[in-house]
Ligand binder design. Structure first.
Ligand code: ZN
Length: 235
């Protein structure tokens, strides 16, 4: 029995290490996460600028079209001015010309403003693009470093998994099932060490009678959390 409890404890230790490696495999390291956040933010900023340029360009095309229509209209009124027959018609034609000219001027101003806006946005986008080249280099470097470290982690995890499988296979089936049952119910921890005469997981004190059983190497459950208790041989 003693041997089985030792094996159960080792199996627990291996599984805890394996969990740790698996967590590391799916977690971005801090150094990469930091540069990745910067990179995402820079990309978002560039996408936003792109969209603003697109919106402004659309507005520019719209104003351009309206400007062409108004200029056409202005030509028509100017032509009519040549054909007026009296003062009244002259005044009316002039009124149209005047208001159309005003409209044309407004559209020209608006177009000029939009063009200035686009230039400014494009400049921001170019600056951002130049800055992001250096950022991309840092991103690549940190990403490579991370991927490299994953290789070691993967082989460590693989070795731990193999070790866990062979340990588990060496246990009697009843204990395998027992271990798996507690593991599922107790957040991946089925076996816990006894420290200061108590369960190190839930702090429940181990009664002297149970303590004696533990010392004899028997399978003992914590009376608090019902995990399997492990007493280090040196104690
Ligand atoms: Zn406990």
């Amino acid at each position: 029995m003693n041997n089985d409890v030792e094996k159960l404890w080792e199996l627990q230790t291996v599984l805890t290490q394996l969990n740790d490696r698996e967590r590391q495999l799916t977690t971005k390291p801090d150094a990469f996460a930091a540069v990745d956040r910067e990179w995402q933010a820079a990309n978002e900023e560039m996408t936003k600028l792109d969209q603003q340029i697109e919106t402004s360009s659309k507005e520019r095309r719209r104003v351009d079209g309206e400007l062409a229509d108004q200029q056409e209209l202005l030509k028509k009124y100017q032509g009519q001015l040549m054909q007026v027959k009296n003062q009244q018609q002259y005044a009316a034609a002039w009124k149209e010309i005047d208001s159309t000219r005003k409209h044309v001027k407004e559209l020209e101003d608006s177009e000029l403003k939009t063009m200035t806006d686009i230039e400014g946005l494009q400049k921001q986008l170019d600056d951002q693009g130049a800055g992001s080249a250096a950022l991309k280099e840092r991103w690549d470097a940190e990403h490579d470093k991370w991927q490299h470290s994953l290789g070691d982690l993967r082989s460590e995890a693989e070795a731990l998994r193999t070790r866990a499988e062979s340990l588990e296979a060496s246990l009697p089936e009843r204990l395998q099932r027992e271990f798996q049952r507690i593991l599922k119910q107790r957040q991946g921890v089925a076996v816990v060490k006894v420290a200061n005469d108590s369960c190190s997981a839930c702090r429940t004190r181990v009664r002297p009678a149970l303590y004696q059983q533990l010392k004899r190497g028997e399978l003992v459950y914590c009376e608090g959390c019902h995990r399997i208790l492990y007493l280090e041989p040196t104690q």
